[in-house]
Design a binder for this molecule. Structure first.
Ligand code: ATP
Length: 226
């Protein structure tokens, strides 16, 4: 594991509703390259919010985030930065119902240069055991299969970090286990960093580190706050 953190979060605050709702309240957190970090905490504690600001889906109200040495406040093209560095996996899969599994995986490459996206998507789906499902629409796939398509989609642009928000939350325990095994395997093989929000203790138990959140802050051992 590298000594310089991959991601450094300094005093991040995030407000919604014109300042009426405080989702994050001074979060400090560092994440090393190659780490599997589980983010846990009560509902409303800011878990999804921290994932969203790391992934540039939300812009913090105050504070700074660094990716290696690049400060987020200096990023000119957030969607390019996001596409180059992050893959996203959501609890509800977020697949497009009118596209096949293969086309769903290709969606994040739209507008990108290069011609090998389809071959790469096929290879990813094959590696996730979906070689017989390439032409299936999401409605014809089981939940575990849908999430495997979503994992393939998250990997299509060769990101450095996977941000997963309750990826097993809609699956029964056998499928959850299988999806988690596949995700952990691919992350390990490719040396990716995995940041995962989860309510499931059997999922967080597999992480290198568990980050506890409460009231928009990272809770440290002994009840102290960062
Ligand atoms: N887009 C939004 N607009 C307004 N308020 C929001 C928005 N997103 C989150 N919030 C609020 O910010 C706070 C933190 O929400 P967040 O979704 O980050 O928590 P969470 O820990 O992920 O919760 P859960 O486990 O229920 O998903 C909550 O009070 C939530 O209602």
């Amino acid at each position: 594991m590298a000594n310089t953190p991959l991601i450094r979060i300094n005093g991040i605050t995030l407000y919604f509703d014109g300042g009426q709702t405080r989702a994050l309240n001074g979060v400090d957190l560092t994440i090393q390259e190659g780490e599997f970090v589980a983010i846990v905490g009560p509902s409303g504690s800011g878990k999804s919010s921290i994932l969203n600001v790391i992934g540039t889906l939300d812009t913090p109200t105050a504070g700074e985030i660094y990716f290696r040495d690049q400060a987020y406040s200096t990023i000119r093209d957030a969607s390019l930065f996001r596409r180059e560095n992050f893959g996203f996996i959501f609890q509800g899969f977020h697949l497009i119902p009118t596209l096949s599994a293969l086309d769903n995986v290709i969606v994040p490459t739209i507008g990108c240069e290069g011609s090998s996206h389809k071959a790469r998507a096929e290879a990813l789906l094959n590696s996730l055991g979906l070689q017989d499902r390439l032409d299936h629409f999401p409605g014809k796939l089981a939940g575990g299969e849908r999430q495997r398509v979503a994992i393939a989609r998250s990997l299509i642009n060769q990101p450095r970090v996977i941000l997963a928000d309750e990826p097993t939350g809609s699956l029964d325990s056998a499928n959850a286990q299988q999806v988690l095994d596949l995700l952990a395997q691919v992350v390990r093989e490719q040396g990716l960093t995995l940041i995962m929000v989860t309510h499931d203790a059997s999922v967080s138990a597999r992480a290198d580190r568990i980050v506890h959140m409460r009231d928009g802050r990272v809770e440290h051992p002994l009840g102290a706050f960062a």
